[in-house]
Design a protein around this ligand. Structure first.
Ligand SMILES: [Zn+2]
Ligand SMILES: [Zn+2]
Length: 253
């Protein structure tokens, strides 16, 4: 059976939570929404909350961890970097995953799911992106990061599904009178959040036009619109001769 990938929730207000499942293994990446909300979102899609084998956390910020009680309720192991586990006070509960090699998570020998973490760049203790290999797909989850490095591109290369942050439009951010200069600087910095243009530039290096699925996520409600992020990515890919619908699929969440 094919791998199921569903972005259940995303964004700094709603919280991020991604569901990835094969017939044998199911995991969540990030548990931002409240635990009861995660349960509701899963049940609405007919996903069984009692059948989650592991939870992977990108970093400790609340919009990625506020629903961590979901792990306790269903007795699910929490996996993250040592820095993240320390930051959320869970070092004793989780198995520490490391960035070197495919050793993160391998609960089944025959129908396995391998989760390969990679370091990302965000103002958190030790933030990770995840490249998740199932029998038929490679799914990349790149949450909050201020830049995309060559190492990150290498870790994400040849994915079938890209769950990518496209946080803000630079013009909207600059013009936003409600955000003070320090906050704007933080968002724009290398340890802040990805702009539409940064996401587009990285995706233009990654997408090869073999039907990859892109989900643009973690969109700022005050500094971005779905139209702007989609336009930025479509344009960058068009310059490479790639057309939405024909060479790749794109959805803004
Ligand atoms: Zn976030
Ligand atoms: Zn964050």
């Amino acid at each position: 059976m094919a791998t199921t990938v569903k972005v259940l929730s995303t964004g700094s207000e709603k919280g991020s939570c991604v569901y990835i499942s094969t017939e044998e293994v199911s995991v969540l990446v990030d548990v931002g929404p409240a635990k009861s909300k995660i349960e509701k979102l899963m049940l609405a899609e007919n996903y069984d909350p009692t059948k989650i084998d592991g939870i992977f956390i990108s970093h400790e910020h609340g919009d990625h961890t506020d629903g961590i009680g979901f792990a306790d309720k269903f007795k699910i192991k929490v996996h993250a970097s040592e820095g993240t586990l320390k930051a959320i006070g869970r070092l004793e509960f989780g198995k520490v995953v490391r960035t070197n090699g495919f050793t993160g998570f391998r609960p089944f020998s025959d129908h396995f799911m391998n989760v390969k973490p990679f370091a990302i760049s965000h103002d958190a203790m030790e933030p990770f992106g995840y490249a998740i290999h199932t029998m038929d797909k490679k799914v990349t989850v790149l949450m909050d990061t201020g830049c995309v490095t060559d190492d990150m591109l290498e870790a994400m290369a040849d994915s079938d599904v890209y769950i990518f942050e496209a946080n803000h439009d630079i013009g909207m951010l600059e013009a936003n009178g409600k955000y003070h200069d320090g906050l704007k600087y933080r968002i724009r910095s290398d340890i802040g959040h990805l702009s539409n243009d940064q996401a587009a530039e990285a995706l233009a290096k990654l997408i090869r036009g073999r039907g990859e699925q892109i989900f643009l996520t973690h969109m700022s409600s005050s500094n971005n619109t779905a139209q702007l992020s989609e336009k930025a990515v479509k344009l960058a890919l068009f310059e490479k001769g790639l057309v939405k619908g024909k060479h790749y699929k794109l959805e803004v969440i």
